[in-house]
Design a protein around this ligand. Structure first.
Ligand SMILES: O=C(O)c1cc(=O)[nH]c(=O)n1[C@@H]1O[C@H](COP(=O)(O)O)[C@@H](O)[C@H]1O
Length: 243
């Protein structure tokens, strides 16, 4: 989707797959530079733990001058604590925010209620992270989860959506199975996306932007293939052009 066609509310489903640029740096000036450069080519920009912990909550508003912000702090705590954190970030509501799906239904329900109570129609979309894209089946088994990533993603997705999550974060490998199971409605936000020939780094369950979009993703979260490029704007434009 073009940057000019962001729907309202900000997190409503895009009419075609778009890009979210992950601004992973501790340096807010660098993040602002990236946000300005990629803004014409992406729908949202992501503020994650590295930038938020270095720069503080004010960075969400600053970065938001360029594009709507996906605030990815992956809350995972008791329901009361997560509800409080959601209220705190809703002082200046981002467009989307993440919780860990493994935090359970009561935590997700509390987050959704807190978002509605404190931000009303301006509330962020609540996204439940399922199985991190850095997990292989073997890595997941080490944590005590048997059955493989796809089965665990479906289990956590069912729980999260019935508790009021608006969408899910999953890898490219689970997108089509989630669409088969839950239809078109949930927002599917998908990291672990790598243009052909680019380095996977620490990502285990990856696919190309074209494959991920064709499977049914709404948003592709892409960091290093854009930010580690000599020309982040051109890298974002190239990816957006393939969708
Ligand atoms: O919630 C996320 O955004 C997320 C979930 C997940 O399972 N995997 C994952 O990589 N991410 C984030 O997506 C971004 C991916 O960055 P790159 O691997 O550099 O493209 C990072 O900012 C991660 O924090």
């Amino acid at each position: 989707m073009s940057a000019a066609s962001i729907p309202s509310p900000l997190w409503a489903k895009p009419n075609r797959c778009g890009v979210i640029a992950a601004l992973d740096t501790p340096d807010p000036a660098r993040a602002m530079g990236w946000a300005a450069a990629v803004a014409p080519h992406v729908g949202l920009v992501k503020v994650g733990l590295e930038l938020f912990c270095a720069a503080g909550p004010a960075v969400v508003q600053q970065i938001g001058q360029h594009r709507p912000v996906f605030l990815d702090l992956k809350f995972h705590d008791i329901p009361n604590t997560v509800a409080g954190a959601v209220r705190s970030v809703c002082a200046h509501p981002p467009a989307m925010l993440t919780l860990h799906g493994g935090g359970g239904g009561a935590m997700i329900e509390a987050a959704r209620r807190a978002a509605e109570d404190s931000a009303g129609a301006q509330r962020p979309a609540i996204l439940a992270v399922t199985v991190l894209t850095s997990f292989s089946a073997a890595g997941l088994a080490e944590t005590g989860v048997s059955g493989g990533p796809a089965q665990q993603v479906l289990r956590l997705a069912r729980l999260a959506l019935s508790a009021g999550a608006d969408g899910l974060v999953c890898s490219p490998h689970e997108v089509s199975r989630l669409r088969d199971a839950f239809g078109d409605a949930p927002l599917l936000v998908v990291p672990g996306v790598r243009p052909a020939g680019s380095d996977a780094g620490d990502q285990a369950r990856v696919a190309t932007p074209e494959e991920t979009a064709a499977a049914g993703a709404d948003w592709l979260v892409i960091g290093r293939p854009i930010t580690a490029s000599a020309d982040p704007a051109a890298a974002a434009a190239r990816i957006a052009a393939t969708l």
